[in-house]
Design a protein around this ligand. Structure first.
Ligand code: NDP
Ligand code: 2IT
Length: 450
């Protein structure tokens, strides 16, 4: 692979050697380095201070055994991770993912992207991520509790309210955060804001549950308004996934006047031409922890199709991928473009393949990259940290207003950064550059330890 810059080529080659086979991590690094070409050219101090080679190497990577006992009395062993990627602008901050596909590469790609996303929020949070290959599906509440306790027994040695503050991600919601918080407190005898996404009765923030999906729609709304004088009103929207991000994106997109016609899970997708009935989805997913196909038994006129990729063949104006990485490939991008999509914004982390992004950009589809578009979740986590520090809680309206303001600013900062470096309208480059600039400055000010 050749970057125009010799410096970036050298750094990327070394990253490939050092992280062999870690495809997701290499994909995420490559995208950022490509965006930074004009920046390293115009700012020689970046190379002089070794900023990029420091940025791509995590400050700390922790891997540990998570033993637990299942309901039949059998010992199970999972693998736990936490990457503390960069603390230049604040304590490490980022979610925990529980999914069988979790491995070093996935955790490192998520942790790396988190650095820039967190910087874009304008709040003082560094980049981190963690999780385990534990699969919560089909496990009893007690099994999930015992797993979370064992996971936290080790993780507690490495985190803290001023050090590293984990939160939710795939497979981790209020239930898991509660079990982990309980265990941290038991071990430390300290009631602190060591996790975000907590329940409202013990230090959680109003609007954190809704924040990622709402923030995604605030960002998308601003993007389509400023770039094409459009809005959600009267638009057909397709959203993949049916978890936390997808549910609250559906709610806000509908409130803003859009009609959401499809949702999915890893088995298949539902299509409801009348617009998704979110109360039914919430009952199935949040209360019963069921599968999305159950929707068609409860809502007339809706259909279910096996296989999740087909969701991108549904005609829509706005597509919001909110499930997982690389779920939207070149072929799916072609289908969306052919059907006249005007905007794509990423609720999930890295859901579009590099090929898909290229196609959207070439076709003039407005494209909001994950680091910018889904930053509302972690931004509101940082607002939860503020509330915990001052031992006060803000109203829903206060938090929601701050969230909206943050998302609007992220759009403009990304847009302006792209324009400044001659890539007007390229929000991938703009978000990477705007996120990078602040972290690079902070790293320079703080020096290198010999
Ligand atoms: P949830 O666990 O609540 O939901 C995940 C959804 O994605 C489920 O519908 C799940 O389906 C689907 N999914 C997961 N893995 C796959 C897969 N391999 N193939 C197809 N579908 C899959 O997670 P969230 O909604 O919190 O997270 C969704 C995305 O948003 C992730 O990429 C996450 O990193 C990102 N994100 C989350 C934030 C948050 O605050 N929660 C903040 C920013 C980004 P199934 O039930 O079949 O597994
Ligand atoms: O990917 C993400 O930004 C998250 N999962 C949210 C992290 C957080 O700390 O709230």
């Amino acid at each position: 692979m050749a970057f125009k810059s010799e410096y970036l080529t050298k750094v990327y080659d070394k990253v490939c050697q050092r992280n062999k086979g870690e495809e997701e991590f290499l994909q995420a690094v490559r995208e950022v380095l490509e965006s930074l070409e004009p920046v390293v050219e115009q700012r020689p101090e970046i190379e002089k201070n070794g900023i990029i080679e420091r940025l791509v190497e995590p400050e700390r990577f922790i891997q540990f055994r998570v033993p637990w006992v299942d309901d039949n009395g059998n010992v199970q062993v999972n693998r736990g991770f936490r990457v503390q990627f960069n603390s230049a602008i604040g304590p490490y901050k980022g979610g925990l993912r529980l999914h069988p596909t979790v491995c070093a590469s996935v955790i490192k790609f998520l942790g790396f992207e988190q650095i820039f996303k967190n910087s874009l929020t304008g709040l003082p949070i560094g980049g981190g991520k963690g999780g385990s290959d534990f699969d919560p599906k089909g496990k009893s509440d007690n099994e999930v509790m015992r797993f979370c306790q064992s996971f936290m027994t080790e993780l507690s040695k490495h985190i803290g309210a001023d050090t590293d503050v984990p939160a939710g991600d795939i497979g981790v919601g209020a239930r898991e955060i509660g079990y982990m918080f309980g265990q941290y407190k038991r071990l430390r005898n300290e009631f602190t804001g060591v996790l975000t996404g907590k329940g409202l009765s013990y230090g959680g923030s109003l609007a954190r549950t809704e924040a990622t999906g709402y923030g995604l729609c605030y960002f998308t709304d601003e993007m389509i308004k400023c770039m094409k004088n459009e809005s959600f009103k009267g638009k057909t929207v397709v959203i993949s996934g049916s978890g936390n991000v997808a549910i609250y994106a559906t709610q806000k997109a509908t409130e803003l006047g859009g009609k959401v016609v499809a949702l999915s899970d890893s088995n298949g997708y539902i299509y409801d031409p009348n617009g998704i009935n979110l109360d039914v989805v919430k009952q199935i997913k949040e209360v019963e922890r069921g599968r999305i196909k159950e929707y068609v038994d409860r809502v007339q006129g809706a259909t279910y199709t096996e296989g999740c990729k087909g969701i991108w063949t549904i005609k829509c104006d706005i597509a919001l991928p909110c499930a997982t990485q690389n779920e939207l490939d070149g072929e799916s991008a072609d289908a969306l473009i052919k059907n006249g999509v005007i905007a794509v914004a990423e609720g999930a982390n890295m859901p579009s393949t590099p090929e898909a992004i290229e196609k959207f950009q070439a076709a003039g589809v407005m494209f909001g990259p994950a680091k910018a578009a889904n930053a509302g979740g972690v931004a509101t986590s940082a607002l939860e940290m503020s509330q915990n520090s001052e031992r006060l809680s803000w109203t829903f309206e206060e938090v929601d207003a701050k969230l909206k303001n943050i998302m609007v600013n992220i759009f403009h900062n990304s847009y302006n950064a792209a324009e400044k470096y001659g890539m007007k309208g390229n929000l991938v480059a703009g978000a990477n550059i705007a996120g990078f600039d602040k972290v690079a400055d902070a790293m320079m000010w703080q020096g290198v330890a010999y």
